[in-house]
Design a protein around this ligand. Sequence first.
Ligand SMILES: [Mn+2]
Length: 350
Amino acid sequence: MSPARTRLIYPAQYMIHRSGRLLEFDLRRGSGHFAKYQANVGPFLKVVDVSIISICLIARGFRYYLFVSLQVVGVITRAICFPFDLFGNPGAKAGAELLGDAIKELLADNRRETVPTRARAYANKVRVGEHGFTTLDDYRDWRAAGRTLIRKSLDAGEVLFWIAGNHLGALPLYDELAGTRDDTIIVQLDAHLDIYNLSDCTTDLSHGNFLLHAENPIPRVVNVGHRELLLRPDHIAKYYDATISAVEFNRDESAALTRLSDLCSSAERVFLDLDCDFFDPAYFPATAQGRPFGLAPLVIPKLLAAIGMQRLAGFAISEFDPAREAGDRCLETLMWLIEWVLLAKYEKTV
Ligand SMILES: [Mn+2]
């Protein structure tokens, strides 16, 4: 008697959000035919938080076996590469793309590793998306396109990593958070206060004045680390809820951290917006408009401890210009930080 032939006839993978909404549905038939759908699934799946379910139907002879596996995933982090770099430093497009690739490589390396590592805390929880800027049309509606991507991610309850080209690429995040002053704060780490209105500055939208152009009412913004020497306090106070300059931070670090902690204690959500010129050029030369007297990368874990990791709803990174790189020092600085934030978020150690 010949043994019954076993055939895999229906492999599929679903990812389901706690709202019961099917976010992705990949169906593979035969030799690698993929299709993506969005649909609603029944209320019976709401009992789990976020899950991956794989369903597999196997035929063996005349018998059919259905295998269903389910895994509770928790909150998803979505890294979106948005390499916009017009009206500011154009070299930052390559920086965003490089970071996007490095995140994908990190996740692929973790998937290949067979020995258990700490990275398993966030394995299967990070998704990477990208918005290409290759045609004129991609640039025409860049602000609205960015907002749509951000809205979709935040509506799905994800933690958002927004990898922008120059700092202006973070404007869609400010736009999307307009009118959220009750529960949201953006902690902006930046050498500059992006409200420049000096006589030699353009009044058109740029990476140096974008807060003047953001959708109103602008969200609560707290700057940490600026080295501003020209703008007057009354102009700054129109746009920033608070500022803690690099000098103030350095003069009394614990007072600065307590102040930041107090400011964030009333917020449910905090978004970190890192313009890489926040760092002193000695630590981070790969940015177009670095200013001296900046802070060190190790300050960021302290800031996140003061903010409270449970509040971190998003993390924007911009102004990384790899043409000014020294070896891979700056890329490694940013990737270490991204990995550390993922571990801190998912291992809950902060
Ligand atoms: Mn900036």
